[in-house]
Write a protein that binds this ligand. Structure first.
Ligand code: DAH
Length: 340
């Protein structure tokens, strides 16, 4: 191979390397150009270097010198392209997507209160405006507060072990048992035992029953209990308080219905229904506090009367938000909870 042929080949290599390196659109393309020209195994520079062996001895210094120049030139072109591509890729270079420091960053996703907690807070507000103050009681109850004082004697089916979560504590026998409270009516007793009338309280909290979960039942749910005891309290007071309560929480157009019913601790008793999707759904119970209950806590039924009510908070929340299966509330699917 003559020197002229060798130099020609070098020139051609230099210009096609320059061209391909410059045209590489991204780091991947640049890398394949690097392999093609500078690759140590089968790159074109390497192949050209081998041709040096075929050059006349006297021409070798000139050929070698030119080869080194071209090699340095290609290497430099590669490095320059590489730097530019990397700058583009990180958004800081020219041509690529620009980084704009004035664009607001992505907002962190904030959590919020669970729909039942929100409902509880709102119900407290509404009843607070109607003059009811907050009372509390334990979730583990004794039978006096859960049954006996509420006029539910030992023989009553509501005390059946199959319908309650009794707790085995030490060697206590069944009639001294503790249980997970099955209703917030327990708090009525606790309050009346400790205060003289007039009484005007609400209590909100969890209750427990061994029910099979379905669209309207859960083994753990929440109730709002209300109790008002004073002189000359009547059923009309109960009705107007519950109507006000329902329309404040669900809207002025909500229909409320009372159906005659029976609870051991009220006389007369009613079931409270509210209208939803052309159907009546049961929200809970209410009535005039039974004289036997007033006596059990040391009140004089000839002096004072009272009304009480207990409503399911999950059902109220479901009715308000159009949730047709209350089990959804406790699946903890953020996509569901996020909507409230
Ligand atoms: N405790 C009843 C229940 O859980 C609901 C209830 C009915 C509460 C009548 C009351 C009431 O305060 O007066 O089914």
């Amino acid at each position: 191979m003559t020197l002229a042929e060798f130099l020609n080949q070098l020139d051609e290599l230099a210009s096609s390397a320059q061209q391909q390196l410059e045209q590489a659109a991204d780091l991947d393309a640049l890398e394949s150009a690097r392999v093609e020209f500078i690759g140590t195994k089968s790159g074109r520079l390497k192949a050209t270097q081998k041709l040096l062996g075929k050059i006349e001895k006297t021409d070798k210094p000139a050929a070698g010198k030119r080869f080194n120049e071209v090699k340095t030139q290609i290497q430099a072109a590669y490095e320059q392209q590489q730097q530019q591509q990397m700058a583009n890729a990180s958004g800081g270079g020219t041509g690529g997507e620009q980084f704009d420091p004035t664009v607001p960053g992505p907002r962190p996703r904030l959590g919020h209160l669970h729909p039942i907690t929100q409902t509880i807070e709102e119900l407290k507000d509404i009843m607070g405006r109607l003059g009811f103050s907050l009372a509390d009681g334990p979730e583990i109850e004794d039978e006096w507060h859960n049954f006996e004082a509420l006029n539910i004697p030992l023989s009553h089916p509501a005390r059946d072990p199959l319908d309650n979560f009794y707790l085995r504590v030490g060697e206590k026998t069944y009639d001294q048992a503790l249980l997970m409270r099955s209703q917030t009516s327990t708090v009525q007793i606790r309050v009346m035992e400790n205060t003289r009338p007039p009484v005007r309280i609400i209590s909100l909290g969890r209750v427990y029953r061994p029910d099979t979960p379905d669209a309207t039942h859960l083994p753990m749910f929440h109730q709002i209990e209300g109790l008002l005891v004073d002189r000359q309290v009547t059923m009309a007071d109960l009705k107007s308080v519950l109507r006000l309560f329902a329309s404040s929480y669900l809207g002025a157009d909500v229909h409320v219905r009372f159906r005659p019913s029976f609870f051991p601790f009220t006389e007369p008793s009613v079931e409270v229904d509210m209208r939803w999707n052309d159907k009546w759904i049961e929200m809970g119970g209410a009535g005039m506090v039974d004289p036997a209950v007033l006596k059990a806590v040391g009140y004089d039924p000839d002096e004072v009367t009272g009304f009480a009510f207990g409503l399911g908070i999950e059902r109220l929340c479901a009715r308000r938000h159009g949730i047709d299966d209350i089990r959804e509330i406790y699946k903890n699917d953020v996509r569901f909870l996020h909507q409230f």
